[in-house]
Design a binder for this molecule. Structure first.
Ligand SMILES: Nc1ncnc2c1ncn2[C@@H]1O[C@H](COP(=O)(O)OP(=O)(O)OP(=O)(O)O)[C@@H](O)[C@H]1O
Ligand SMILES: [Mg+2]
Length: 318
């Protein structure tokens, strides 16, 4: 089968018929990561459906999708084993109560045709475990996996066993997946990744983003260097929210000084004012930081326990 070098999306129309896509041809090249963004109902899922279906002016949007500048071979559509696209939808789930290892072995056997697939199954599990915080029990049943584990295993299965050159992911953000790490790891595999997302972190780790409105493509924005620098700050803000959520869930009190010190740290990661590392930071120019420091020095036992929890969370995140 011909190697896939690029996909082209030729323009169509939005939801109301008269609002046309504003970009005539969008080219997605092998190795690129692309995000599709826009408000709820703006046509993001519809756009990746067009890609998954290799639309040929035969869907409501009237778009056409080309592979390497030509209409895709009919076998892509007729023979599921030749379809180069893996699509992890908003609602995809495993419908199987087989043990995880067994399920992956069977999939690997179908896909690769030989029975000794232990290495590829191990790689799949390994990769899934890097995406999610909760280790997957390979002898447990597929149906016993949590939402985050299921999503991680679906992505890993598509990337490693499925070895699909085009991977479509519809909203993985609420799935308990390490997003920054996932994007870094996925980039090691040479594929076209298309994310439908509401998440600024995933968006800014992409090469470019397609902006949707009323079902139509509005614009194409290439991630610029300044935006790439903002990813660390966004990660720190995200992590703060996660820490607060975990502390509250754990029955702890929230100390506003803790929030303040974290925000000061976030500020330090904005261009030019710090490296983002907790260690060796010079906060002397930040008003009030020494006060925060003193408050932290007289933490009571509960706060010490908070700090321990936070350290644990950090370990889990990094
Ligand atoms: N170009 C289009 N032509 C016709 N109908 C469209 C088009 N784009 C979207 N729609 C329809 O509009 C509705 C909302 O679109 P869609 O589900 O793709 O939105 P979304 O951006 O994925 O929303 P959410 O963020 O809630 O998942 C769907 O019923 C879809 O079929
Ligand atoms: Mg959607």
């Amino acid at each position: 089968m011909e190697e896939i070098k690029k996909i082209t999306i030729q323009s169509g129309v939005g939801k109301f018929g008269d609002n046309e896509d504003k970009i005539d041809n969008i080219e997605l090249k092998m190795g690129q990561v692309v995000s599709i963004v826009g408000p709820t109902g703006s046509g993001k899922t519809n756009l990746i459906n067009d890609i998954a279906l290799f639309a040929n002016r035969n869907t409501p949007s009237n778009r056409r999708v080309l592979i390497n500048d030509a209409l895709p071979p009919s076998e892509y559509i007729e023979d599921p084993s030749k379809n180069p696209v893996s699509y992890i939808t908003q609602h995809t789930n495993f419908l199987s109560d087989l043990p995880v290892y067994k399920f992956l072995s069977i999939h690997a056997k179908i896909r690769n045709g030989h029975s000794n697939n232990d290495a590829v199954v191990e790689e799949t599990l390994d990769f899934a475990n890097k995406l999610t915080g909760e280790p997957i029990n390979k002898d447990g049943s597929m149906t016993a996996l949590s939402g985050g584990q299921t999503r991680s295993l679906l992505i890993s299965d598509a990337v490693v066993i499925g070895n699909s050159p085009i991977i479509l992911l519809d909203e993985i953000e609420n799935a308990g997946i390490h997003r920054t790490r996932a994007l870094e790891l996925l980039r090691n595999y040479k594929k076209i990744f298309i994310f439908v997302t509401h998440d600024p972190r995933i968006t800014l780790l992409s090469d470019f983003r397609v902006i949707m409105k009323n079902g139509a493509i509005q614009n194409l924005i290439t991630t610029n260097e300044n935006e790439k620098k903002a990813v660390l700050t966004i990660k720190n803000i995200d992590d703060l929210m996660l820490e607060l959520r975990m502390l509250i869930r754990d029955g702890q009190y929230i100390n506003p000084q803790f929030i303040r010190s974290k925000i000061v740290h976030c500020l330090s990661t904005i261009d030019g004012s710090g490296s983002g590392s907790d260690k060796n930071q010079d906060f002397s120019d930040v008003p009030d930081f020494h006060n925060i420091h003193n408050v932290q020095n007289v933490q009571n036992v509960q706060n010490a326990q908070n700090a321990q929890n936070i350290q644990n969370i950090h370990k889990e995140l990094n």
